[in-house]
Design a protein around this ligand. Structure first.
Ligand code: ZN
Length: 566
């Protein structure tokens, strides 16, 4: 008879906190872990459902009362996860769980909970300082207006001028004025970074960047390796795409390509594709029923979403959030989308995106997956799925097969292919700057951050540093304050989307060329997504899921293949 793995491992020597070498005690430990999880779920599940509903309501009504309730609900959850005694118990269990049980889902639940509780173990006084500082920065952002002469410009006015003006001098003034947002928060942001680093050190990390990655089951070396690979594979196609854009930008402003400066691009950070290709991508959507198209598409691939739509809030109204999101309220199928649908390509793509999140939820993650693990494997995997479906709104073949009439097919093809390609390439180079800057800033906050920022912008985005410029331009990007160490997940989501799509092309469509694979009406696509991506929920880490779904680790290969010059 084979030895019982559990007692074998424990008898095998390692002394485990709270355990001695007997399988009876291992059984006790196993029971203790199960009891911990059960108590957690009993306490947190109702709190999480209430918070989910409060969040939903606040975004629908926009009232102060609903926003206050939303914050209140979140505070109750944070307080529960911050509880010292509960964390001590969890830490002990986390220390021995691998040796105490054969149940991989129990180990995984303890691992996931450990990270959730760990994040909240910062000294409450320090946490208060961090929250206050972050709020102060955010508030300064909200009231900041770029000032040119005596004229104050809103964010959208800045964007409009950068999009439309053909006067280089005006562009420069507006761009420089918009960057003052950085100088405006520089002092607060630097303090915030120090506080965040202090919090990380309290929990045993070198700095905040390292801690945030750890909490999200990532490490800096593996990210840098992945982003280096992405850099190699996108450098040339990006340079080519940018050269083509530069030519048009220069022509529009009557300057030489060599004289193009950062203010000649259409947004303050060159994170988006400048609108230089005459394209009316909106035309086919003027008379299309976006909602019906989504329903038909998802239904056709065997991932129906009628129930989600019935629960959703999809059109503009007063007080409502102007954005879009998808939320899983109870992990039992109450999944909803908030949107503000208008007849444009943007909303077609946004709805495909949000409903992508919706199908990757407790709708398709079985109830037998434990509550703690009944969600997406990682933020990057759910963003990835959403992006995988989102791209179809820019493919004519897809639109036509879905019954949407495209009046000027040739113009649409040229523009849409270019826009999609440029968007992804430009975004990938911008993400390089964000990842590497944040890493550098938290590792060494006392270095010359102005210099670091422009070194990266020059290297990855191929923009020219204005002569002698030394200003905290990084500070003008609100994510650095409000969504720290997060940006790279958007990029990794794109890599995930390409890799899964290429796998579907290979396995479901018998090695078809990925760009021709449109999914329409193929229930096999839904089956693949359910079995290979959705059903494991969080029982697998994002890395394990990647291997499970595609047979390979996450890489930039598939993403880069989508840009090979044809
Ligand atoms: Zn999303």
């Amino acid at each position: 008879m084979l030895p019982d793995r559990r007692s074998f491992l424990i008898a095998g020597g390692a002394s485990v906190a709270g355990l001695d070498s007997s399988s009876a005690n291992a059984q006790l430990a196993d029971d203790e872990a199960k009891a911990f999880v059960a108590a957690h779920v009993k306490k947190l599940r109702p709190l999480e459902i209430a918070a989910g509903k409060a969040w939903w309501n606040a975004n629908i009504t926009g009232t102060d009362a609903d926003f206050a309730r939303k914050e209140e609900r979140q505070n109750v959850i944070d307080a529960a996860l911050a509880d010292k005694d509960t964390f001590e118990k969890l830490k002990t269990i986390h220390g021995y769980i691998r040796k105490a049980t054969k149940d991989p889902n129990l180990v995984r639940q303890i691992d996931v909970l450990y990270l959730q509780y760990l994040e909240k173990q910062v000294d409450p006084e320090l946490l208060k300082k961090i929250t206050a500082k972050a709020n102060a920065v955010e508030q300064k952002f909200n009231v900041f207006r770029a000032k040119v002469g005596e004229k104050e410009l809103s964010d959208s006015q800045v964007r409009k001028i950068l999009k439309e003006s053909t006067n280089s001098e005006e562009r420069q003034k507006v761009w420089e004025a918009s960057k003052k947002a950085g100088a405006n928060v520089e002092g607060d942001l630097k303090e915030l970074v120090k506080f965040r680093n202090e919090a990380a050190k309290q929990l045993g990390f070198k700095n905040y960047h390292e801690m945030m990655l750890f909490l999200n089951e990532q490490t800096a070396p593996e990210l840098i390796k992945l982003f280096d690979e992405l850099d190699d594979l996108t450098r040339e196609p990006f340079a080519k795409a940018k050269a083509e854009i530069d030519e048009r930008l220069a022509k529009n402003c009557g300057v030489k390509v060599a004289d193009l400066m950062p203010w000649h691009y259409h947004d303050p950070f060159f994170q988006e594709s400048p609108a230089v290709f005459d394209a009316d991508l909106d035309a086919p959507f003027k008379s299309a029923d976006i909602l019906k198209l989504c329903e038909k598409f998802y239904d056709g691939i065997g991932l129906p979403i009628g129930d989600v739509i019935a629960r959703s809030d999809l059109y503009e109204k007063k007080g409502k959030s102007p954005h879009a999101f998808c939320t899983d309220i109870d992990r039992e199928g109450d999944v909803r989308v908030l949107a503000n649908i208008a007849p444009t390509e943007y909303w077609m793509s946004t709805m495909l995106h949000e409903l992508g999140h919706a199908v990757y939820s407790s709708k398709n993650i079985p109830q037998k997956v434990p509550y703690v693990l009944r969600g997406e494997a990682h933020i990057l995997t759910t963003e990835g799925v959403a992006m995988q479906f989102q791209k179809f709104s820019k493919q004519r073949a897809w639109l036509e097969k879905m019954g949407v009439k495209v009046e000027n097919p040739k113009a649409f093809d040229e523009a849409s292919a270019k826009v999609l390609r440029n968007e992804l390439l430009i975004f990938s180079r911008w993400c390089q700057v964000m990842l590497r800057f944040e890493k550098g800033m938290y590792e060494n906050p006392d270095q010359d951050l102005n210099e670091l920022w422009w070194d990266l912008v020059e290297k990855y985005q191929l923009l020219k540093r204005p002569a002698g410029r030394s200003a905290p331009d990084y500070g003008a990007k609100i994510h650095i304050c409000s969504a720290p160490v997060y940006y790279h997940n958007y990029m990794m989501g794109q890599l995930f989307a390409s890799q899964v799509h290429h796998t579907i092309a290979k396995e479901v469509y018998d090695n078809a060329e990925p760009s021709t694979v449109l999914y329409i009406g193929d229930k096999k696509v839904g089956d693949f997504m359910k079995k290979k991506v959705f059903e494991p929920g969080r029982t697998l880490s994002w890395k394990e899921l990647m291997k499970f779904a595609t047979g390979e680790e996450l890489s930039a290969k598939a993403f880069a293949k989508d840009f090979r010059t044809k």
